[in-house]
Design a protein around this ligand. Structure first.
Ligand code: PEP
Ligand code: MG
Length: 569
C-alpha cells in the first residue's frame, strides 16, 4: 500500500492510466530569422490562449468559476506582456522560438519553485504546463486528452496539470493519484471541485503503478493499493457503498434551513479564499460567507491588487448572496502567509511578529485601499461586513475604525457610492482578545472566533510544526474555556458571534458550540452539509447535558473521549 495525503474523500477502484508528459524535445529546431520566429511565437501563444479560454469556459460550466480560475491564471500569464516580451528579446538575440519559450519559462519555474509557500510553488507547475503547451504547439504536437479515457480509470500522474483537466469527470475518472502536490495544490482543488476521490503527494506512485494495473484508492485516508488483494477490494467496496449512502443522505440537507432539533435557527456560512468560490459555496448550501481570506488576492504576484481589482473581487463575492452576510477579512499576511508583493521583513518569530492588523495599521495606504474597496463593495447591498484579524486590544479596533472613517470621507468627497453603515467585526484568535472579549465587544459589531490561531496561541503550539502537532488540539480545556467565555461576552453585549476556524467544522464540538449559543458556523464548503445535519440532531437540553460532562473533564483526551461517546454523526 502507498500513502499520501487524502484530499478528496471517497473510494475509487479502476485501471491505471499513467500520464507522465515529457517536456517536448525541441533540440532539432533552428531559427528561421527573428521576424519569422516572433510570428511563430505569436501564433502559438494565440492558439494556446484560445485553447485555454475554451477549456476555462468548459470548466466553468461544469464545476464553476473557481476551478476555471486555474486555467484563466495560465492564460493571464500568457497575456502578460512581460513574459512574451522576454521571449521576443531572446528571439531577437538569435534564439529559435522554442528556445525562447524554454528559457523564459525556465526562469519563472525556478523562481516560483524556490518559494516557501505552496501556492507560489504551484505556479511553477502552471508555468511548466504552459511551457509544454507552447512547445507542443510550436512543434505541431497534440495535447494530452483524457476525454477518451474509459469509465473506471484511475488517473496516475506526477502532477495534475491544467492541460489534463479537460477530460476529467466523475463518470470516467474513478480516482486521482499524484506524486506531487499538497492540500492546496491544483490537483486537490480540482479533485474536490469535481468530487473525484484523490490522494496527492504519493511518493513513488509512477514507479509502483503500472499502466493498466488495477488500483484502489481511499481518498479519505490517503491510501493507494496497486493491484489490491481480494480482501482489500471487498473492504473498499463496502467503504464505497457507505460513502455513497452518506452522500445521498447529506444531499437531503442541501435546501433545508440550518436548525437544531428543537428549532433554533443557526447561520451556516462558508470560508472562501477566492471571490468565485462564493457562488460555488452557495451551490453547496452556504447561507453566506463567514470568512473571505483576502490574502489570497495578494499572494504569488509582483504587485499588490489595486482598489478597482479588489472592489471587483469583493463585489463578486457579495453578489453571490442576495441577503446572506459576506464577511470579508482584511489582509492577514505574515506568520505562514507570505506575500512577495508586500515589503515584509524576515522575522525570528513570524507568528508573534509584524502581521495581520499590525502590518495593515503600519501601512495605512495599503489598508485604506482595501477599506475603500470594501466600503464600495457594500454599496446598495448592505451584506458586506469587515472582519479584523489578529486583534489583541481595543486600540487596534479603534485605529482601524478611524481609517475606515477616513475612507468614508474620501469616498463621499469623490461622490462614490458606499455602505456608510458597514459592520466591523473582530476576530477572536489571540488569548488577549479572548480574555478582553467584554472590552472588545463594546467596539465590535460582531465576533468571529478563529480557533486555528486561538488554539496555537493559547497552547503555545506552532500550528505548522509537525513535531508538536500532537499538542495542537481545540479539545484542550483552556481553548474550550476561551471559546465559552468569548461567546458569553458577545451574548452579554448583545452582538452576534460566529466561528470560522476549523473547529466549527468538527462534528464533535457542535453540542458545545450550540450549548454556549454560537450564532454562526463558518466552514469549508465541503463540510457545510455534514455540519447542517449534525446541528439538526441536537436539542438545547441534550447539548447542555453533554456540555456539562465535557467541561468537567480535565484534559483534551478526556474531553474528546466524552464528546466521541455522545457523537451523533
Ligand atoms: C483562524 O485562525 O482560526 C482563522 C480562521 O484564520 P486563519 O486560519 O486564516 O489564520
Ligand atoms: Mg487566523
Amino acid at each position: 500500500m502507498l500513502r499520501g495525503l487524502g484530499v478528496c474523500d471517497g473510494v475509487g477502484l479502476g485501471r491505471a492510466l499513467v500520464v507522465c508528459p515529457d517536456k517536448p524535445d525541441w533540440s532539432g529546431a533552428r531559427s528561421t530569422g527573428a521576424d519569422n520566429e516572433k510570428a511563430r511565437l505569436a501564433a502559438a501563444a494565440a492558439a494556446v490562449g484560445r485553447a485555454l479560454e475554451e477549456m476555462a469556459d468548459a470548466m466553468a460550466r461544469r464545476v464553476g468559476e473557481q476551478t476555471a480560475a486555474i486555467l484563466a491564471g495560465q492564460s493571464m500569464m500568457l497575456a502578460d506582456p512581460f513574459m512574451i516580451g522576454e521571449m521576443n528579446g531572446r528571439i531577437e538575440a538569435g534564439a529559435v522560438a522554442e528556445a525562447a519559450v524554454d528559457e523564459v519559462c525556465g526562469g519563472f519555474i525556478q523562481l516560483f519553485g524556490a518559494a516557501e509557500d505552496e501556492l507560489t510553488r504551484q505556479r511553477a507547475a502552471d508555468v511548466a504546463d504552459l511551457r509544454d503547451r507552447l512547445l507542443r504547439t510550436l512543434l505541431g504536437r497534440q495535447d494530452q486528452d483524457l476525454s477518451a479515457a474509459p469509465a473506471g480509470t484511475v488517473l496516475v500522474a506526477r502532477e495534475l496539470t491544467p492541460s489534463m483537466t479537460v477530460g476529467l469527470d466523475r463518470q470516467r475518472i474513478a480516482a486521482i493519484v499524484t506524486e506531487a502536490g499538497g492540500a492546496a495544490s491544483h490537483a486537490a482543488i480540482l479533485a474536490r471541485a469535481l468530487e473525484i476521490p484523490a490522494v496527492v503527494g504519493v511518493a513513488g506512485a509512477l514507479k509502483a503503478i503500472a499502466p493498466g494495473a488495477q488500483v484502489a484508492v481511499d481518498g479519505g485516508q490517503g491510501r493507494v493499493w496497486p493491484e489490491p488483494e481480494e480482501a482489500v477490494r471487498r473492504q473498499l467496496e463496502a467503504l464505497r457503498a457507505g460513502w455513497e449512502a452518506r452522500r445521498v443522505e447529506l444531499a437531503r440537507f442541501l435546501d433545508l434551513p440550518t436548525r437544531t432539533a428543537d428549532g433554533r435557527a443557526v447561520e451556516l456560512c462558508a470560508n472562501i479564499g477566492r471571490p468565485e468560490e462564493a457562488a460555488a459555496a452557495r451551490g453547496k448550501g452556504a447561507e453566506g460567507v463567514g470568512l473571505f481570506r483576502t490574502e489570497f488576492l495578494f499572494l504569488d504576484r509582483a504587485d499588490a491588487p489595486g482598489e478597482a481589482e479588489q472592489l471587483a473581487a469583493y463585489r463578486q463575492a457579495a453578489e453571490a448572496f442576495a441577503q446572506g452576510p459576506v464577511i470579508i477579512r482584511t489582509l492577514d499576511v505574515g506568520g505562514d502567509k507570505k506575500a512577495p508583493c508586500l515589503a515584509m521583513e524576515q522575522e525570528d518569530n513570524p507568528f508573534l511578529g509584524h502581521r495581520a492588523i499590525r502590518y495593515c495599521l503600519d501601512a495605512p495606504e495599503l489598508f485604506l485601499t482595501q477599506l475603500r474597496a470594501l466600503l464600495q463593495a457594500g454599496a446598495g447591498r448592505g451584506n458586506v461586513r469587515i472582519l479584523l484579524p489578529l486583534v489583541t486590544g481595543v486600540e487596534e479596533v479603534r485605529a482601524a475604525k478611524a481609517l475606515l472613517e477616513r475612507a468614508k470621507e474620501e469616498l463621499a468627497a469623490e461622490g462614490k457610492a458606499f455602505d456608510p453603515d458597514i459592520r466591523v467585526g473582530v476576530m477572536i484568535e489571540t488569548p488577549a482578545a479572548a480574555l478582553a472579549a467584554d472590552l472588545l465587544a463594546k467596539e465590535a459589531d460582531f465576533f468571529s472566533i478563529g480557533t486555528n490561531d486561538l488554539t496555537q496561541y493559547t497552547l503555545a503550539v506552532d500550528r505548522g510544526n509537525a513535531r508538536v502537532a500532537g499538542l495542537y488540539t481545540p479539545y484542550h480545556p483552556a481553548v474550550l474555556r476561551s471559546i465559552r467565555s468569548t461567546i458569553a461576552a458577545a451574548r452579554a453585549a448583545g452582538i452576534p458571534v460566529g466561528m470560522c476556524g476549523e473547529a466549527a467544522a468538527d462534528p464533535l464540538l457542535v453540542p458545545l458550540l450550540l450549548a454556549w449559543g454560537l450564532d454562526e458556523f463558518s466552514v469549508g464548503a465541503g463540510s457545510l452539509l455534514a455540519i447542517r445535519r449534525v446541528i439538526s440532531l441536537w436539542s438545547a437540553a441534550e447539548a447542555a447535558a453533554v456540555e456539562a460532562e465535557a467541561m468537567a473533564c480535565a484534559d483534551a483526551g478526556a474531553v474528546r473521549a466524552c464528546l466521541a461517546a455522545h457523537d451523533k454523526g
